[in-house]
Write a protein that binds this ligand. Structure first.
Ligand SMILES: Cc1cc2nc3c(=O)[nH]c(=O)nc-3n(C[C@H](O)[C@H](O)[C@H](O)COP(=O)(O)OP(=O)(O)OC[C@H]3O[C@@H](n4cnc5c(N)ncnc54)[C@H](O)[C@@H]3O)c2cc1C
Length: 409
């Protein structure tokens, strides 16, 4: 039986671990926190998973909240105008509903599932010495440690990493009492040109159905004002004030919101980065990086957990196809390349969204208000970022598409 060690019990590590167990592999999952610590810690994400990722999760047995979690039925887009009204507004259904289950609910339950299925869960913070130990004991070490510092072992890929500093200040929260969007609840994406973005969606947290939201503030701008916030109550009070001022229609929905619990907020910033997928230990043993460890995008398009699910499914396929052959560095690079062939679209789209939108993208967003097929195509691009290309990247392609309405959804 082949033995594999995975560092990190997040979206990617758990899914890969559960997948490998179901194919008879011996798997050790190393987590710096036990299930209870994750359950009682801060929210980690807004974690909206779209149709393709949910299908992958179902195959791994991670779909434990299908009936308990309110669905993300569609998408609403609002662009704030200068006078406090929405200059642009449209809505479109998703072909398959998305879902946002608090990672404080999902990860501990999946860790327990992993153990109940015969996996070894080791609670310790992996460092160079322990990585060397896992490498001696396992045929493959996969590092799925998210934004953990161990990721710095993987060299930065300059060609795919355009940013040297964070592009947004992030303020995420989870609340009760936020009114559902009408006529259906889903991801409401609000853009305030030059200032930032605000996304809100229904979900499930430790205390039941809720809404998750994230404010993405352009650094140094008027929404980048979270430095003095000390706790969840202050966070939600500031959010309410900002919504009332900048997005009054969201301020109205938020009138009765309360933090879901004392740990239901998180603030911070990080630099998006793509890393080379193979890191070498001092002993000369290669390790393979997975998901956020090697492809870390800003959450502005809500793709990170979806990418993690897709990449982990791809790695599972490559590990199974490897049979009994060694997991060498050439195979590791090929495995990452296969995942990157899909993740590149999400990364390209996400990085583009962090810039001021070019005229052809504004035209697409504007046309979506008149052309339901364009709105549906754009909304479902959150599930399949590759389907947004070449139109969102190439002005002439966009022009042709809008002229012909030839988008098939
Ligand atoms: C505010 C915010 C909102 C987001 N919203 C969305 C969204 O709506 N949709 C979406 O798809 N994505 C979203 N994301 C991104 C998404 O949460 C991540 O991309 C996803 O969780 C990455 O999965 P992962 O498995 O790579 O890493 P993680 O889920 O971060 O898991 C890594 C795990 O490794 C552990 N670890 C770290 N270092 C070590 C170590 N040395 N030893 C052992 N364990 C270690 C960590 O504690 C963690 O449990 C959001 C992110 C943020 C910050």
């Amino acid at each position: 039986m082949r033995h594999i060690t995975i560092i990190g019990a997040g979206q990617a590590g758990l899914q890969l671990g559960l997948g490998l167990l179901s194919h008879g592999y011996s798997v050790r999952l190393v987590s710096d926190r036990d299930p209870e610590a994750i359950r009682n810690g801060s929210i980690l994400s807004t974690q909206c998973m779209f149709g393709s990722s949910r299908e992958i999760e179902r195959a791994a047995g991670m779909n434990l909240w299908d009936s308990a979690c309110p669905p993300v039925v569609g998408m609403h887009l609002r662009v704030a105008g200068p006078d406090g009204t929405a200059a642009l507004a449209w809505s479109a259904p998703l072909e398959r509903p998305g879902q946002s289950v608090d990672q404080r609910v999902k990860m501990p339950a999946c860790m327990e599932l992993f153990v109940s299925r015969g996996g070894e869960l080791l609670v310790e913070k992996a460092d160079i010495a322990s990585l060397e130990r896992y490498a001696r004991q396992s045929e493959l070490v996969v590092v799925a440690a998210g934004k953990g510092e161990v990721g710095a072992l993987f060299p930065r890929d300059e060609a795919h990493s355009p940013f040297q500093k964070p592009q947004r200040t992030l303020a995420a929260s989870c609340v009760h009492g936020y009114a559902a969007a009408q006529p259906f609840d889903g991801v409401t994406a609000n853009m305030i040109p030059g200032v930032g973005e605000y996304f809100v969606m229904p979900g499930l947290t430790c205390s039941g159905p809720c809404h998750f939201m994230i404010m993405e503030a352009v650094p140094g701008g008027p929404l980048d004002c979270w430095g003095d916030v000390r706790d969840a109550t202050e966070h939600v009070a500031l959010l309410q004030r900002l919504l009332t001022q900048w997005l009054p229609w969201e301020g109205e929905r938020a009138r009765h919101m309360q933090p879901a619990d004392a740990q239901a907020t998180i603030r911070g910033r990080y630099t998006p980065v793509v890393r080379h997928p193979v890191a070498w230990l001092p002993s000369g043993t290669p390790m393979l990086g997975l998901a956020d460890t090697v492809v870390l995008n800003d959450p502005i398009t809500g793709q990170g957990a979806n990418n993690a699910a897709k990449a982990a499914a791809c790695y599972l396929e490559y590990i199974l196809a490897r049979g009994g052959q060694p997991f060498d560095a050439v195979w590791m690079q090929a495995t990452f390349d296969a995942a990157w062939s899909d993740a590149q679209w999400a990364t390209g789209w996400t990085n583009a969204m962090l810039q001021p939108p070019p005229p052809h993208v504004l035209e697409i967003l504007g046309a979506a208000a008149e052309l339901p097929a364009v709105a549906r195509w754009f909304a479902n691009g959150f599930d399949r970022p590759a389907s947004l290309f070449p139109w969102i990247a190439e002005p002439i392609a966009a022009e042709h598409m809008l002229a012909s309405h030839a988008v098939t959804v």
